[in-house]
Ligand binder design. Structure first.
Ligand code: HAM
Length: 446
């Protein structure tokens, strides 16, 4: 006997998937993969183990993720190994490895299990599954529009109405330029880094705290501080640039082109052409990864119960450079199962059925259990799902248990049925009864 019983809870921040959870998860993964495939995306996968250097390399670096959130260990061969916290470096590695064989543009998707040492809270766990859809080998705006339209369509395929979520778009390069360029906010590299971090936390901070943080970064320049705070409400890239350059000594001639914000502008137009109207420009969208080089986006639930981003992504044109050769442009997004389930539950969209066999064979006596298995085997051959109730319960209890487990039909098996070769199945919802040989029954039920 052990001194102390082991706890039955899983490790902190991870989940057990009981059959009811698996049914929901399978439904979510099915909608994810069917939608990705309907857009022509091919599925790939890789191991959860990656060399730690993949996340430490320059360009792939995200300080918080690498230093505080990875599960990294030394293996028996003295190698540093990381449980992958995201899929993008892995897929960039795979694309770079086959760059000569692939016919670009490549459209790929995957549903990996990811691990991050985060403080567990609503929408954030230490383990999650994440739909990743990416296009490689093109920097056409049509690819950016397509990837956002794919995520949008997936929401509709879950039964969501566009009023239930909102798409927010910004541009990583544009943000960098407007923060540091002398014609706009003219910040040092360090101020710029701090302002990005503060902007990223905007949603979690009280308005006053955010404003105090901004004033601290801009120092004595209260005018710029106010300009910055108000700029976050500008409805499109053109008015944002006009607003923040109003006091420039020599305003740049074509600010949309100059900053690269032309891309976000064209993408917003492209999405509206596809009938996607729940999309807004939001200069406060900062993605946590340094590899984004162009448009960045996040989807949010319009219900305040779920405040965290449902999904996020963007364009990253240089990541494959880490592996040598000319960079291959990429754009994609990651969408977690935790935030998706919260969204579906909040909006009553979870219609996944609990998986139960269609028929339960219920022997009237345990001595008939093997005969029951034989009958189940024969019915299964016609494509129906069948299980046998091999418990010692009375027949009435077996029927109630089958009904409680959402089984559709029950076949009561006694000596008489075996002797005559004629069986009856009862529909547990309607009470309707069908009788005949196994063959006849299967024909009617399939
Ligand atoms: P990310 O913003 O870190 O991006 O994660 C994307 C989504 O994954 C989040 O919006 C959320 O739904 C989910 N997620 C992230 N961390 C957790 C967590 N600890 N618990 C539960 N869900 C979580 C990326 O990972 C990028 N690599 C996405 C990408 C793909 N960019 C281009 N291609």
């Amino acid at each position: 006997m052990a001194d102390k019983n082991l706890p039955t809870e899983p490790y902190k921040g991870v989940r057990d998937f009981y059959p009811d959870d698996m049914a929901v998860q399978r439904y979510m993964f099915d909608v994810w993969s069917q939608t990705a495939e309907s857009f022509g995306y091919a599925r790939y996968d890789a191991s959860v183990l990656e060399p730690a250097e993949l996340y430490k390399a320059k360009g792939a670096e995200n300080e918080e993720l690498v230093n505080e959130q990875t599960y990294t260990f030394t293996d028996r061969g003295d190698r540093q190994v990381t449980l992958r916290p995201e899929m993008t470096p892995t897929v960039a590695r795979m694309i770079a490895a086959k760059r000569k064989e692939l016919a670009f543009p490549v459209r790929w998707y995957s549903i990996p299990n990811l691990f991050r040492y985060e403080r567990a809270q609503r929408g954030r766990l230490r383990e999650h599954w994440q739909l990743n859809c990416d296009i490689f080998g093109t920097d056409e705006r049509a690819a950016d529009v397509e990837i956002i339209a794919l995520a949008y369509q997936t929401f509709l395929n879950f039964g969501a109405d566009p009023s239930m979520f909102e798409i927010r778009i910004n541009d990583a390069a544009g943000m960098q330029t407007t923060f540091s360029d002398a014609n706009f906010f003219d910040l040092s590299a360090e101020q710029s880094r701090r302002l990005r971090k503060l902007t990223d936390q905007r949603r979690k901070l009280k308005v006053e705290d955010f404003e105090v943080g901004a004033a601290d970064i801009f120092g004595a320049d209260t005018h710029k501080t106010n300009l910055f705070i108000k700029s976050l409400d500008c409805p499109d890239p053109a008015s944002y640039l006009a607003w923040i350059s109003q006091n420039a000594q020599n305003p740049v001639e074509n600010p949309l082109e100059y900053t690269g914000y032309i891309n976000a502008s064209e993408i917003l137009d492209g999405l509206r052409t596809l009938g996607i109207t729940n999309v807004v420009f939001d200069p406060s969208i900062v993605r946590g990864f340094d590899y984004y080089t162009g448009v960045v986006f996040e989807f949010f639930d319009t219900d305040p119960a779920n405040r965290r981003a449902l999904l996020g992504g963007g364009r990253y044109d240089n990541l494959t450079e880490l592996f040598g050769g000319e960079p291959i442009p990429g754009i994609g997004f990651g969408w977690g199962d935790v935030t998706l389930r919260d969204f579906l539950e909040t909006h009553n969209l979870l219609t996944a059925d609990i998986t139960a066999p269609t028929i339960m064979v219920a022997p009237t006596d345990p001595s008939l259990n093997i005969a029951g298995q034989k009958i189940a085997q024969e019915i299964r051959a016609s494509g129906l799902s069948v299980a046998v109730d091999i418990s010692n319960r009375k027949i009435g209890k077996k029927i109630t248990a089958a009904s409680d487990a959402f089984v559709e039909y029950v076949l009561v098996l006694g000596e008489d049925e075996i002797a005559s070769g004629t069986y009856s199945v009862k529909n547990l919802t309607t009470g309707e009864q069908l009788s005949g040989t196994l063959e006849e029954l299967c024909e009617q039920l399939v």
